[in-house]
Write a protein that binds this ligand. Sequence first.
Ligand code: SF4
Ligand code: SF4
Length: 715
Amino acid sequence: MSHTPPASNREYHRQIADSLADSFLRRTLDKFAVEYRASRDKVFSEVAERELIGRIAEVKDSAAKHIEDLYARFKQEAERRGAVVHRAADAAEACAIIAQIAAENGVKRVVKSKSMTAEEVGLNAHLKKNGIDICETDLGEWIVQLRGEGPSHMVLPAIHLSRDQVADEFEKATGEKQDHEDVQRLVKVARRELKPKFHEADMGLSGANFCIAETGTLAIVTNEGNGRLVNTLPRVHVALAGLDKLVPTIDDALTALQVLPRNATSQRITAYTTFIGGAGPCAKSPTGRKILHIVLLDNGRTKLAADPLFSQVFRCVRCGACANVCPVFRMVGGHRMGHIYVGAIGLVLTYLFHDRKIAKTLCQNCIGCGSCKAVCSGGIDLPALIGEIRARFSREDGAPLPARLASVAMKNRTVFHTLLKFMRFSQRPVAGTDGFVRHLPMALFGKHGFKSLPALAPKSFREQWPTLERRPAQPKMKIALFAGCAQDFVYPQHLKAAMKVFAAAGVEVVFPMTQTCCGLPLSMLGETATAKEVARQNIAAFAGDCECIVTLCASCASHLKHGYVRLLGAEAEAFAAKVIDFSSFVHDKLGRDVLRLQPRPEKVAYHASCHLCRELGVKEAPRELIRRAAEYVPSKEEESCCGFGGTFSAKFPEISAELMRKKLENVTASGATRLVLDCPGCAMQLAGGADRQKLNLRVTHIAELLADALAIGLE
Ligand code: SF4
Ligand code: SF4
């Protein structure tokens, strides 16, 4: 596995297949993901996580706005303390400045500690071209340097490599046989090899986590002693950092330092936190003082600082947490989930700093689960940025044919619904009686055959609506029901079960017939103009009087509530305020005493849909409802993505299948015989997977469980 950017989509899929077949990588990343989550939760339980993240966001947003003032102050203060501060407009200039510093000081050998900014500008290759020997001294970075690779993680650069692979590299580097089993011994070998390099080096090269303007101080956070040796032993020290590392005060840096190590490695504080306030004493230097140069890199950052959406990128402290929790990273590793920078921020930075074509390929490989946003140290809305990049590609390069067709079909509700009815008619010869497409050889589906496909229902919900009971004798409340296309046309049974629950609770239901698809698939395909049009159609359809707009689809709920406001601003606010997901409606609005439920004698597991638990923050309501209706059996990683992700499962079936298998494995291990969820997309994925694997597992919507558990309805 190497960090070779994919030349085409086809090549990218081949690389993904290689990663998925790498059993060591899969095991390691799986173990890491589970352990990281648990230790992160623990270490954040001691601090006010959201408040700290909010403060980092505030400081960094303000820094982006005042970047020129901060730069001027930092330069003045650092130079007053004996440093020389340079500003590099782009990667080439940063490399040239550093090569020039090396030439002026007769530098032949450089030791380097970890710096993603150096990776960004391609510094190692440039110095090598100038005849300078540059040696990485962070253990992981040294290993990947020996292999001629880039880091596969911003904090854990060699996480993709096994002990055997490392031992092999050390054998090549030292010419000695290594004990593959003895990790401590391998570390000692690295120490022995690297130690003389520090003494021989003429220059130390580092990054910086924070550049503190009020004092001109650099703050460098590391876990290995190499960083301090790099900064102290050679007579010349060059620190390279992006302009986004500027913060006004030491207090701001200390605030971020409460989050950065917790988020990166689940540590309260890293082993070394170094503050360098100017050029200190240095016995090796002819002047007796360290020759300290600080290179601040622009490379598009000042333009970015003024961008109303992408300036959020300034909040990134490079903690790597967005990779640690990303389900796609977990499957394929950082060399396939990024270019130089990895994880969610890697997709964004590839677009902003590196290669548009590579970014176009990589940005497709985001399932939109929101896990990265939920943990980001700076509260960056990473899925929204990735979505915007996709939308820009679609606008600038023209949308791919499926997106264009979807856009044309969904713009007009009548056309869209007629199309669905036509599909229902055409599928007749292959539709089974149990809701799945049955009479086709699975071989036809190729990589998509990992789950049974749902068939369109013989009668949509809207076709059944006129015959349904929707107004109780003495209604307590009036709601409007938003169906969403998947439940309207594929799973009307979800909505019918909800109707039973509403009737039992004395809720009057209206169903505006002019409602249409929520438009989320269009937003995901980058079809923003049509997504806006569709949003306006739905807002108009629900203009009538009702207390709430209830939907049984978590993805629709999240898009109607947040996506519409992002798309249309104030125009969508009143509508969005009324939208509520089914579980929250039953749990929070109806309250505990309205429904009488008879707990069912069955073990029920829960899958928390990404849009419900992260985008809408609904966590306890569905679990509490399950406890009232059956025996709730918690399963491992309830909140991890099922692998559906709308069009993702069609675009990346190999990843989607693995995520689904993992989810079903955890659910069956819990002993559950029923799995409930809040989203028809997850239902398609997990019911299809359970059927394909012939599991003894019924997959239903939570509304169906409640309808099954209704005792007598009204008290
Ligand atoms: S939204 Fe999910 S899949 Fe996409 S980058 Fe973030 S964590 Fe990864
Ligand atoms: S985007 Fe957020 S989570 Fe990712 S590295 Fe940056 S600060 Fe950390």
